[in-house]
Write a protein that binds this ligand. Structure first.
Ligand code: NAD
Length: 684
């Protein structure tokens, strides 16, 4: 057994490792708000110390107190392992079950410094999207996974491994919950407090469920969104050549925007205030050029427009300045959006204009109330500038980062009155979908009706051999299957299939892999099942050399209830319920998922969304084939059924097709009410 394997099996070391120096080369999480009273701090320390033998408490207590005072959280830096953190080939993990080894592969990928946003704070993306709360949890989870059999299930509460319980081969190996709160305790400050106490975490979507695959995961969805936004604004069917897309954020997910802009064929300007985040994306080749002077940016964009260049430019600075500058300089913006982390506005997700990056970081912890005012002021200015652009014709859409939600809370003018003038309002409108704002969410206009309602969503897989040749084989298999499906597909989904075939054909060339050998591909239930079956056969035949993990983003057809994002195109009032996400994860777990997870928060923020996902290990066996068939069918179709009940025509079409194909499926269909009949009854 090698040293790495020994360390995994050891779990929390019995002899204290040396304390670790703070490495300022690494992109660290911002210091969190000092929210605990002294009594609560004592509780946080007691909570942290329960992972360790009492003989170590005298040494660890002052150290953990110092971490709590300095960072606002206890990360237990001393226990960060010395081995390199990356997804190793599956047979390098010790263990008694292939399924648990595959999960270790996925966890290490989520914490790989080339992949994770704040790797030392165990944050994968989105500023606070945590895999674990502290390093003790990581060490214990890896140990349990290395020890358990496939007759057991590991239970995880927000990163904390409660234990391994007896179960059976068909049960999930791991069940994860993240941030599940009694509903009245889901305000932003509740996260700050209970996370600081060490009893909950914000798992985002794929961070706390070990399914993150780097920015590739979002490039595909972003490409589809930008392409379709382009189709919406095309007057004569022209493409995006010479058109400008202005947005912000070069972080975990937002960093995909420039690459997607290049694939979609436009000029992208993406503002980013954090020089480290910008540098990472530039060095990885995800953005072509960097400019930090606004006048130079204006000149460069004019030149790019004239030459119809396909180019992505990172502006090092605040996005509000760019919106305002482009307005006064008459730079026409064709497509506009925003991907700052507004799900997390008070703790580093959004940097207000006219404050330096350093000043903002200090203010958010030292003067949180003033910082909040600055954020709101900045959002009002940003919305004001965007309104000027949209009055000239810009198509602006909310990109699922809670921009419109927070801007509305800031009192920004993002509603329109009967005279089509921009106004503010006290609370979002219900029943209109999204918040009833002047601008659509990308799910209302694009992703919902074109993809989710038909069952197309961000299916993904990871080759646990860590061998690029296996990934290339899976790409070829998936492409062949989509081409076959397209031949007999109805006209309603021809465009989606064509876009996805084009994507998978270009996937190798676009060099999308960062971290594990993973691929994302939007597919519907039929596509997902057929592709998964073919992978399982290829593993059985030895064509693919090791198990493949299937999964998906939570941002999908069925996994997420989120009124300002995934379910923004649900208009029957049920967008504020979370039955679908809960049923989805329960249904996945007894139909064969290898692991399942359900989260409060993800994308738009703590308390604003419930989302879930799964991982499924394909090992070439007959059992894996049965599981994939049962689980993937449910995983997609339960969401289509709900979307159909909400009267979405595309979903009604898709679920009727599913019922024709599967005699065991019977879904309750809605009857449509004649609007005139309804209106008339209120006239009398
Ligand atoms: N649409 C989707 O499908 C989708 C998917 C994933 C995430 N999201 C949401 O998008 C947001 C961004 O996600 P992420 O993972 O990239 O987060 P992130 O925190 O890694 O990146 C956001 C970046 O925005 C920068 N920023 C903040 N304020 C700025 C400002 N005023 N001007 C310029 N730059 C600024 C930050 O420095 C940071 O690097 C989150 O709210 C996330 O939930 C949307």
């Amino acid at each position: 057994m090698n040293n790495f394997q020994q360390q995994l099996l050891q779990g929390i070391p019995t002899i204290l490792p040396n304390s670790k120096l703070y490495n300022s080369e690494i992109n660290h999480a911002p210091k969190r708000k000092n929210i605990l009273s002294d009594d609560e701090k004592k509780l946080a320390l007691k909570n942290a110390l329960r992972y360790f033998d009492t003989k170590h408490h005298a040494v660890l207590l002052p150290e953990f107190k110092n971490e709590l005072d300095t960072y606002g959280r206890i990360y237990m830096h001393r226990f960060r392992p010395n081995y390199e953190m990356y997804a190793r080939p599956i047979d390098e993990y010790p263990g008694k079950t292939i399924q648990a080894k595959a999960i270790m592969h996925m966890i290490q990928n989520n914490l790989n410094p080339a992949v994770a946003q704040h790797p030392h704070e165990l944050i994968t993306y989105g500023g606070n999207g945590a895999v674990f709360q502290n390093w003790a949890q990581y060490l214990l989870v890896m140990k349990y996974l290395a020890e358990m059999t496939d007759e057991q299930t590991l239970i995880i509460y927000s990163g904390h491994p409660l234990g391994i319980f007896p179960s059976n081969k068909n049960a999930p190996r791991v069940v994860v919950t993240n941030g599940m709160m009694i509903p009245n305790y889901s305000k932003q400050d509740d996260w700050e407090k209970f996370n600081a106490l060490g009893v909950t975490q914000y798992g985002q979507m794929t961070a706390g469920s070990y399914m993150y695959i780097g920015p590739q995961g979002i490039v595909h969805g972003t490409t589809i969104t930008v392409l379709n936004a382009g189709r919406k604004i095309a007057k004569h069917g022209e493409n995006l050549a010479g058109k400008l897309f202005l947005t912000s954020g070069l972080g975990g997910m937002s960093g995909a925007q420039p690459k997607a802009g290049n694939i979609a064929g436009c000029i992208t300007v993406c503002a980013e205030v954090n020089p480290k985040a910008l540098e990472i994306r530039h060095s990885q080749g995800w953005v072509d050029e960097v400019i930090s002077d606004l006048d130079r940016l204006v000149r460069r964009v004019r030149k790019a427009k004239e030459a119809k260049e396909i180019i992505s430019i990172a502006y090092q600075g605040n996005v509000v300045d760019v919106w305002e500058k482009f307005d006064v300089e008459y730079i026409y913006v064709d497509l506009g959006s925003d991907q700052t982390s507004l799900h997390n506005p008070w703790a580093g997700g959004y940097y207000p204009v006219d404050l330096s990056y350093e000043d903002a970081n200090n203010m958010m912890t030292e003067q949180p109330d003033l910082f909040k005012e600055k954020v709101y002021e900045s959002l009002r200015r940003q919305a004001e500038a965007i309104n000027k652009h949209t009055a000239k014709g810009t198509y602006f859409f909310d990109y699922g980062n809670a921009f419109l939600l927070e801007a509305s809370r800031a009192g920004a003018k993002i509603y329109k009155n009967a005279n089509q003038e921009f106004v503010n309002k006290d609370s979002p409108s219900l029943g209109e979908g999204g918040g009833g704002w002047a601008y659509p969410s990308y799910v209302q206009d694009i992703m919902g009706p074109m993809c989710f309602d038909y069952g197309f969503g961000p299916f993904r897989w990871v080759c646990t051999s860590a061998n690029p040749e296996d990934l290339a084989k899976t790409d070829a298999i998936a492409c062949e299957i989509l081409e076959e499906i397209k031949k007999g597909a109805p006209s309603e989904i021809q465009q989606q299939l064509a876009d996805n075939i084009q994507w998978i054909k270009g996937a190798q060339e676009n060099e999308l892999v960062v971290g594990s050998q993973a691929r994302i591909l939007y597919a519907d239930a039929e596509g997902r099942i057929k592709i998964a079956k073919a992978f399982n056969n290829a593993i059985k035949n030895g064509e693919i050399s090791a198990p493949v993990v299937l999964g998906r983003d939570h941002h999908d057809v069925s996994g997420t209830d989120s009124p300002y994002r995934e379910t923004a195109n649900i208009y029957d009032g049920s967008q504020f319920t979370a039955d679908m996400a809960i049923h989805n994860v329960i249904g996945d777990s007894f139909r064969g998922a290898t692991w399942v997870s359900i989260h409060n928060g993800g994308g738009v923020g703590w308390g604003e969304v419930i989302n879930g996902g799964f991982g499924m290990v394909l090992d070439g066996t007959k059992e894996a084939e049965q599981r994939l068939q049962a689980m993937l069918f449910w995983d997609v179709n339960n969401g289509i059924a709900r979307r159909s009940w909400a009267r979405n025509n595309e979903a009604i079409f898709a679920i009727k097709r599913a019922m024709e194909a599967e005699p065991n499926l019977t879904v309750t269909l809605p009857n449509m009410v004649n609007d005139n009949l309804l209106e008339n009854i209120f006239k009398h």
